[in-house]
Write a protein that binds this ligand. Sequence first.
Ligand code: ZN
Length: 312
Amino acid sequence: MTADVHPTGGYPTWSEVREVGPRDGLQNEDPITVEERIELIDALSATGLRAIEVGSFVRADAIPAMARTDEVLAGITRVEGVRYRALVPNLRGADAAIDAGADEIEVVLSVSATHNGKNLKMTVDDSVAQIGAIVERAAEAGTPVEAILATSFGCPYEGRIEPDAVLAVAEQLRDRGVGTFSFADTTGMATPPTITALLDVLDAGGWAPDSVALHLHNTRGTGLANLLVAAQRGVARFDASVGGLGGCPFAPGATGNVPTEDVVHLLDSLGMATGVDIDSLIDVALDLEKVIGRTLPGQVMRAGPWYRLPRG
Ligand code: ZN
């Protein structure tokens, strides 16, 4: 797919919203049942979303909410055209994800050495080497691998992360055969200028905007502003979680991906076709609140899309 940019230098006319609620969101909640996870994913599959992160293959004692992801994958009703993705921490996890039928594998490392050490108990170089091994294993199975570069805009331990450091890690991963990349604002520290600064460096390094995906958290309320400046630069792939569910268990105080309904609503308004039915998505978010038993931070799920006038 290539970025089809308006002649005025505006926005791409396409987008891909990748739902991460069933993994990035739920991993921070009290565990819900396998059946509830399957129902959530099936409901999301029916909204028009084309990529859904279904869970991760980590040790159950490390993240109890992600236990039995193999059963989740076995239980969902697959919709044609939807890619069901799973996060894996190592080769064993990759094997499990492939055996369970994941369409795509996601691997994560942190650009910040301190965050990588605390989160993954590895040096960045060791993480790069391990990801290389996962790419080789996945290639044998014909399964694509995407790398998530955590703390690409800031680290709760190290502060600002320089774009050159992000580019250096991304290039190492590309050399190891990683196909697609997601630059993650793991703890919601990005602002429009830091988004622009990274895109400038990636541009200069020969990375086209349509090879870039952004994983934004709304921890400090800058999520949609960050998305907007990236979209102006031609970025069209964005992670989001239904209702704004989630956070990061390894980043103290970090809460919430950008809410999927809010992202879809904004992208639709920009003419960046999402293929997602906003009303179905809002229903999923409202139902999810009942399952997890708390109010979610999404805003369009409360107000509805702007063009829907209040009744009365
Ligand atoms: Zn995240």
